[in-house]
Design a protein around this ligand. Sequence first.
Ligand code: NAG
Ligand code: NAG
Ligand code: NAG
Ligand code: NAG
Length: 957
Amino acid sequence: MEQLTQRRTMAAPLWLQLLLCIVAVACVLQARAQPDSKGFITIDCGLSEEMGYVDNATKLSYAPDAGFIDADTGTNHIISPEYVIPALAKVWYSLRSFPTGVRNCYTLRSLMPGLKYMIRGRFKYGNYDGLDRLPVFDLHIGTNYWHTVNITDSKDAVFVEAIVVVPEDFMQVCLVDTGGGTPFISGLDLRPLKRTLYPQVTPAQGLVLFARLNFGPTNETFYVRYPDDPHDRIWRPWGDKVMWTEISMASGVQNIANEDLFEAPTAVLKTAIKPRNASGNLEFTWYPVPTPKDPSPGYIAILHFAELEVLPNNTVRQLNITVNSKPLYLYTSDIAPDRIYDIALYNSGAFIRHSNYTISINATANWTLPPIINAAEIFSLIPTTNLGTDSLDVSAIMAIKAKYQVKKNWMGDPCVPKTMAWDRLTCSYPPGSPPRITSVNLSSSGLNGDISPSFANLKTVQYLDLSNNNLTGSIPDALSQLPSRTFLDVSGNQLNGSIPSGLLKRIRDDSLDLRYGNNPNLCTNGNSCQLPAKRNNKLAIYIAVPTVLAVIVSVILLLICLLKRKKQGSMNNSITPRNETMTTNAPGNNVCTDSSLQRLENRRFTYKELEKITNNFQRVLGRGGFGYVYDGFLEDGNQVAVKLRSHSSHQGVKEFLAEAQILTRIHHKNLVSMIGYCKDGEYMALVYEYMSEGTLQEHIDVGSKCNTSRLSWTERLRIALESAQGLEYLHKGCNPPLIHRDVKATNILLNARLEARIADFGLSRAFDDSNDTHVSTDTLVGTPGYVDPEYQAMMQPTTKSDVYSFGVVLLELVTGKAAILREPVPMSIIQWVRERLAQGNIEDVVDSEMLGDYDVNSVWKVADIALNCTSQMSTHRPTMTDVVMQLQECIELEKAHGGGDIASHRFYSGSSSENPNLRYDAYTTNQSTNAIQNNTTFEMEHNLKRVPTMATGPSAR
Ligand SMILES: *[C@@H]1O[C@H](CO)[C@@H](O)[C@H](O)[C@H]1NC(C)=O
Ligand SMILES: *[C@@H]1O[C@H](CO)[C@@H](O)[C@H](O)[C@H]1NC(C)=O
Ligand SMILES: *[C@@H]1O[C@H](CO)[C@@H](O)[C@H](O)[C@H]1NC(C)=O
Ligand SMILES: *[C@@H]1O[C@H](CO)[C@@H](O)[C@H](O)[C@H]1NC(C)=O
């Protein structure tokens, strides 16, 4: 007993510390583990420093890897000093090794689903462990085999690269121990590619780099990469003074805009080779490297040709290209290089499998000029067809893993490959569709905290064993959403409270088998609900002191939060309710945090007064379901808007009262404020502050009003954030939360300073989440194009229904289009944007009225938020609090880029550098990144040696 109480004394402060820690760490890591402004992620693995650094040669920022991998995974090392040479870039010094676990994974987040990405791992063994044992291990991209890393020399610096379509908004890169030694990794790079590039890459097939050669330079250290290649491919110099002559041109070779499928950079194209013997040809041979999955892999070759010489009169250079004596191209194998443009020849399907491949470039018989070649890329193919576990199951089990800090072997995909499926899970593998999780056994796993509602999101689980842990709190009602005939065991924990009615019903229905024994504080029929009250003994005090501390800290935190909220609120738009007019029809008893310090009297107008204010209802500002809204001036000259209920209105007294009731209770700078109301006989009206710039709709929809100036991206972002803050207040600042139910661009009003306020609360409903997660109503309300499909199906609005509608508003802000597109066929804006973004092109969807004046990344991010908000399933949507946070990040992003920095456009425009010579000089003075000199072989993954006529790798003849 003494020991137990001692432990408890420690428990609370430790718990608090931990919580604060987790919150802090999560925020820091979140901030770091993001693509940079170009969409690049560049990681220095095993870096012990907390901060990243900027590489001198490329100016790329390297991040430490901690934010991309589970805590306590792997160990950090540095290579042995004898392998450190001055020219070696910093990224090669440190590495992370994985002595435990079969599979260890990095997770790269915030990606655009459906987009092509280039992923590159770096590996330099450098005898970091002093064992001089060269490891062999596998790499996987998600659930698909990528490559076998086979280190054959301690000093080798190996790159492994692939180009793949990423199906989800994240990508996992896994190192798999195949018994050949401890896997390790030195660096990891991710680069987004435009959808038009590398047409051989599809959702079903990726390319793995075999060689990327820049013909011409005889200087071995002359590597071309970012910024000379905007896509940061690394081009290896490839020359041979004996066999070949280098030819070059200062500048001038270009890509054909929008047609070039490979965008080889000018820095690479401006050099080429031709045979020294004028009647000779150019030939390359390579030998396939078998993989465990594919004993004779197929290859794709992409060859670049551009004329660099001034040709004598009446001569033409014409080339004939063959692979193993067959034409490279199906239809023609003869080309004449162009003087200005790069011509890329490639095979779109893999070569027929051979024991070796020889590419031969000959001058055609009619012409005497020797052949040339500027650059080449050779890839092997990998299938990317392995289906990962159902994404809903993945997000649920990931949340569970994070909450309970489950270690075990919980890395990578939960069910795939079968041999590495997570311990304690059972999966089903239905043919042709993603695997599903069918059982989770976490008994005796030391789980702490309450039961995660995420368990209920495992929609095919049949067996859920949480017995014999230290689970506390009550059993969440969400578990009543578990699928039919589930076995659920929560016995042997510290659960309290009673069993929720939903679960009891399921038990009575015999559709759930619940075991809950051995929970001393759980109220069940056999156990009275008297908690062991005030026992005035040592134990109680030991428990009480930390609890009180915890409560005090919580109260302080809460106060800080409230104060912050108050600061956000405006100082003078508040009113005090006059309860006599507010009948009980309206959703009552809502308590919202008052965001203003000062309370104003809520004025009651007579109809006569309204006539005077509006000059006999002369000027109509707008019209809603409720009736007309009129322009007016108070006696003090303040302009107001008067919403008068029309007698023929289909929105009745009830909605009028609802809105009046709500507006007297809620006060926030981003909600339209009510100055007064009128209930004079049959006349009913609400008097609001005047919003001179009208509705958001008028500012973004081309058709609606011609003379309004279009909003800039910065203005749109601010309007988005402010509206989100208004909604967040309804959801979070009010208890029970208020659901607006009709969020749309016409219900967001703008004042003279373009500050946004949410308006029209006639349809709002209070929503009591204390024992029910939704409000049941009998009629569907809302506006077509904005209505949450789940609400439509279930007739139960939730706060997530507002999130959905808000997502539609965000899409309108990005695209300048209406919620439902009419042309060419009626289509929801969500579908329209999803289709285009899946192709990876944001510029297709952005409102052209913004004239390109925006930071591409902040637009991507907003589009991403919007698509998350409009997820079909409400559980996949963020809360308004998340949305506010993310929009704030976007504003930071936009600020950081001065509202449209040219540099950030460069990647997406895909153009090569304009003045290569200038940059070249600056660049070549510090070639540290890739320069490996003298005794160090700079090696790619396949023993591709520089010297001609090696056993493997392209060789010159
Ligand atoms: C970058 O250059 C500066 C000054 O030239 C030098 O002090 C620094 O160590 C270099 N950093 C790296 C990572 O090479
Ligand atoms: C690794 O490479 C070496 C040398 O090329 C070769 O002998 C060995 O079989 C390779 N190991 C594996 C597992 O591929
Ligand atoms: C080539 O042709 C151009 C004009 O077409 C002419 O000016 C030039 O002298 C010719 N050069 C030779 C070497 O014939
Ligand atoms: C190779 O290029 C680097 C810079 O790119 C330069 O420092 C070095 O002197 C060159 N070496 C030779 C042999 O030209």
